[in-house]
Design a protein around this ligand. Structure first.
Ligand code: NIG
Ligand code: FE
Length: 414
């Protein structure tokens, strides 16, 4: 299928050179744009882009033309951190939270992740797929084109495999680009509470080989934090996963200065995520690494956590990615438009910095930025056309409503 999008008011993140795979420090303020632009798409790939004045050659017999007058075209969001395949929502805990219980207190009472680990046993793989498919459809409507999905609500081999198989089916049956992450070390099941090393043995000796055998994961994750997995356990899991070629993306420093960031860097993690407790030492360590610091505004907002110092990281020259953390406990929304707004309002990123955080840098954080995250010749045609808007800044500014009008994924109109 050939598509020409013409008369675009502004083409956003139009990367002529295609050389950027991430943006750090001052570069985060740079979002290349073309006013009064066109984009040509053929067989799923962006084949040309430029100014309307340069008269793009459109053969109307074979090309579907979409007139985007008054509208903007953005690259689809890349959501590099989600738990989208989950069994049930947990609104009871939401009420507990409003009444004053903390995330850790809820977890200690057997709520939180352990609660989901119970309900995953009560849902069939098919039903889990159907429910997850609805969420996948919802995020596509909201402009997401690529998503990372973690396991971590199974906490035993059978259930972890079930989640990852559902993620694999979503990969096959939706136009989303999906990367999967094995997160067997998401919480310590109650019977191993006193000796997490016994549970870690199971993660390493049973779960990892089974996941690798079915080739179900691209990455490995550990919730390395106070009250969850310690550094020793994290080291053990990441070393074992490396033997299967699984690159780490880890949950770090959400609840304390846990050493999770440094542990991730030591293992060449693709990203370290959450980062509410990030000080000068952690920022220094990140500066000498290729690891993408990833902030999850939805979780900090929903749990009333201190905000990760994203502004400080960028001012120190670091890149920052932002993702939704879509999950039933700490961030029950996969709406990346909302993340864009939170990036600006709560984390003080300019709209342009926020766009880089949710497109190019989040693409890097899930290892797809060679192909996605910007609108460049040769990249996969994952983009959306907005409704009529006065300016690019309207996108984060006019929060709470869907500004995406049409979505194109892999060169096909959704
Ligand atoms: O990223 N922090 C750990 N894990 C998830 C929460 C999962 C849940 O509560 O269900 C997170 O916030
Ligand atoms: Fe998470």
């Amino acid at each position: 299928m050939k598509i020409a999008i013409t008369n675009i008011k502004q083409l956003v993140q139009a990367d002529q050179q295609q050389s950027r795979i991430k943006a750090a420090g001052n570069q985060m303020a740079e979002v290349p744009v073309i006013n009064d632009a066109y984009v040509l798409i053929e067989d799923g790939i962006i084949t040309d882009l430029g100014k309307m004045a340069d008269n793009p050659a459109i053969d109307h017999k074979s090309v579907v033309e979409i007139d985007a007058s008054g509208r903007f075209v953005f690259p689809s969001f890349c959501d590099s951190h989600t738990h989208l395949v989950f069994p049930k929502t947990r609104e009871i805990e939401y009420v507990d939270k409003i009444k004053g219980l903390s995330y850790e207190e809820i977890a200690k009472r057997g709520g939180g992740i352990l609660n989901s680990a119970q309900s995953i046993r009560e849902i069939s793989e098919n039903q889990l797929f159907e429910d997850s498919m609805k969420r996948a459809d919802e995020i596509m409507e909201l402009g997401t084109g690529a998503v990372e999905i973690k396991s971590g609500y199974g906490l035993d081999t059978e259930q972890e495999l079930k989640i990852l198989r559902v993620a694999k089916r979503l990969k096959e049956e939706t136009p989303l680009t999906i990367k999967s992450t094995f997160l067997g070390a998401h919480a310590i099941p109650t019977k191993y509470k006193k000796d997490q090393s016994k549970y870690v043995d199971i993660v390493i000796n049973e779960m990892l080989p089974a996941v690798a055998k079915e080739n179900l994961a691209d990455f490995v994750d550990v919730f390395c934090d106070k009250g969850f997995f310690n550094i020793e356990s994290t080291d053990r899991i990441l070393e074992a996963a490396a033997k299967y070629g699984l690159v780490p993306k880890i949950h770090a420093n959400e609840l304390d200065y846990s050493g999770g960031i440094q542990t991730g860097i030591k293992h060449n993690a693709l990203s370290v995520d959450h980062l509410e407790y990030t000080g000068d030492e952690e920022i220094e360590a990140l500066k000498s690494s290729e690891t993408m610091p990833t902030v999850l505004p939805g979780a900090a907002f929903f749990l009333n956590l201190p905000y990760a110092p994203a502004r400080k990281m960028i001012d120190a020259g670091l890149p920052v990615a932002m993702a939704s953390d879509f999950n039933p406990g700490s961030s029950p929304s996969g709406n990346m438009q909302l993340i864009l707004s939170m990036a600006s309002i709560l984390f003080k990123l300019t709209p342009r910095e926020a766009i880089n955080a949710t497109t190019l840098n989040s693409a890097y954080a899930m290892d797809v930025s060679q192909n996605l995250g910007s609108i460049s010749k040769g990249k996969t045609a994952n983009l959306f056309i907005t409704r009529e808007m006065p300016g690019m800044e309207f996108m984060p500014y006019y929060y709470g409503s869907n500004k995406v009008d049409k979505t194109i994924l892999n060169g096909e109109l959704k």
